[in-house]
Design a protein around this ligand. Structure first.
Ligand code: ADP
Length: 476
């Protein structure tokens, strides 16, 4: 009787791996995303160069790269944002391309131009696209022209308090004043009535000036309980643009995402189709290529509005990778090397459910940063669990950078299984020596609102209030 198991020798000869898109690339970043890119390169047979600040001398991204170059002292402005140093490191090591990760230089059009002038490939879109989409007020004007639905608001920048009062009256309170160069939830002020407008308008401008060196602000209608839904886009240099489905990012604190998932429990198949098609249209309108994300706010009636585009890989990209089976970072490298997208729209199928919890080095109750040394560490594993991190036992979390320790990602056949796996992962996660947001995530996983999928961007605020009122609810 023929055996069901093929015997040794009967397997087809392994096919030769694809030609790597680059021989050597430099990663202009740190932490988990630097490591994420290095791991993709290892699988593709690409040599890697890590750059690091003096605070990151012992960091894992440095240890796992093939070569490493110190680019300056701990402050980001002197190291990870120091363009001449990053370029010099690429030139000295002979790196052909630079992956910028997220944050730091990833959305800096000047950096992209410098790379181009030096004959180094920037792994991302070109400077013109980044400029168009990086300035939020300008991006909205571009999207209006492309027929993408926008939140009612000012036409471009608001120059004076008087103008702000007129626009706010037209669109109706509450309104939100936002920094045109904004990011990371900074430079935003919610205004409930004309009396508070002058002060809040001025603080938004000065915060924008100090955070981004640009005090331009614009205004839009403030939605009370929207959901943040974003769509992953990938495009190539041949004009192909596809979407990889949506991510639900409504669990936020101070406009910063804490939990992301894919798919969103809020979308019907018809709404999903419309929102994803709109995102593709938005990306096509600017000739987009490489990985990008179009962010929308969705209201209770099912209307959605363009908010902004991020022209880089997102922190939360793993949830999309798990439900589509597409490696976004590898695809970024292929596209940058001039290859065609390796899949068509009809090949992209969302299967199962993925949830990501951002584990930050913060007091879980007060959300104040808690940098320090990790004295004991155990990351969960087992079926359906992925951990993206650059942490290790005895690692020191420097105070100079963001506070993310790890991204814990759970995948399941459906949302219920993904939640069950996330609970189990959080229960077996051990991080000692610093406080983290893990206990807070654990509570959210048990909350009826989270379980039913009934939440908006406002939800965390109410949840934190409830915890404050109920001392037993203190996640510490
Ligand atoms: P950033 O680029 O700083 O992250 P975004 O424009 O992406 O800023 O907005 C971040 C978050 O702020 C959104 O996910 C949402 O929760 C909230 N937000 C922004 N604009 C509005 C709005 N018009 N109405 C309600 N909430 C908003």
């Amino acid at each position: 009787m023929a055996s069901a198991i093929k015997r040794k020798g009967s397997q087809p000869a392994p096919t030769a791996p694809d030609e790597p898109p680059f021989k050597k690339i430099l990663i202009a970043n740190r932490g988990e995303i630097a490591l994420r890119v290095i791991l993709a390169c290892k699988e593709m047979g690409i040599q890697t160069v890590a750059v690091y600040s003096e605070a990151d001398r012992n960091a894992l991204h440095v240890r796992f790269a093939d070569e490493e170059v110190c680019i300056g002292p701990p402050p980001s402005s002197k190291s990870y944002l120091n363009i001449p140093q990053v370029i010099a490191a690429a030139e000295v090591t002979g790196a052909e391309a630079i992956h910028p990760g997220y944050g730091f230089l990833s959305e800096n059009p000047h950096f992209v131009e410098v790379c181009q002038a030096c004959g180094i490939t920037f792994i991302g879109p070109n400077a013109e696209i980044i400029r168009k989409m990086g300035n939020k007020a300008q991006a909205k004007a571009t999207m209006l022209a492309a027929g993408v639905p926008l939140m009612p608001g000012s036409e471009g920048i608001i120059e004076t308090v008087e103008e702000a009062l007129v626009v706010a009256e037209q669109i109706g309170y509450p309104v939100i004043v936002k920094a045109s160069a904004g990011g990371g939830g900074r430079g935003m002020r919610i205004v409930n009535n004309p009396e508070e407008l002058p002060d809040l308008y001025n603080t938004a401008r000065s915060e924008a000036k100090s955070a981004f060196g640009d005090d331009a602000v614009y205004m839009e209608k403030y939605l009370l309980e929207p959901r943040h839904i974003e769509v992953q886009i990938m495009g190539d240099l041949f004009g192909n643009v596809v979407h990889l489905g949506e991510r639900e990012c409504s669990i936020q604190r101070r406009h910063q995402k804490l939990i992301e998932e894919s798919p969103s429990a809020a979308l019907t198949p018809e709404l999903r189709q419309r929102i994803c098609a709109t995102a593709v249209k938005a990306a096509q309108a600017v000739g987009y290529y490489n990985a990008g994300t179009i962010e929308f706010l969705l209201d209770k009636r099912g209307d959605f509005f363009f908010m902004e585009m991020n022209t880089r890989v997102q922190v939360e990209h793993p949830v999309t990778e798990l439900v589509t089976g597409i490696d976004i970072v590898k695809e970024q490298l292929r596209i940058a090397a001039g290859q065609k997208l390796s899949f068509r729209q009809e090949d992209v199928i969302q299967k199962g459910h993925a949830i990501e919890c951002r584990i930050n080095a913060e007091d879980p109750f007060k959300f104040t940063p808690c940098p320090g040394r990790i004295s004991a560490l155990h990351f969960p594993g087992g079926p359906g669990i992925r951990v993206d991190t650059a942490m290790h036992q005895d690692a020191v979390i420097p105070p100079h950078y963001d506070s993310m320790v790890a991204k814990l990602i759970a995948f399941g056949a459906n949302r219920t299984e993904a939640i069950a796996r996330m609970r189990r992962a959080l229960d077996t996660l051990v991080i000692e020596g610093i406080k983290t947001t893990a206990p807070l995530h654990r509570r959210i996983m048990d909350h009826p609102d989270f379980i039913s999928g009934a939440f908006s961007t406002k939800w965390m605020e109410t949840f934190m209030e409830d915890l404050k009122r109920d001392p037993a609810g203190d996640p510490r």
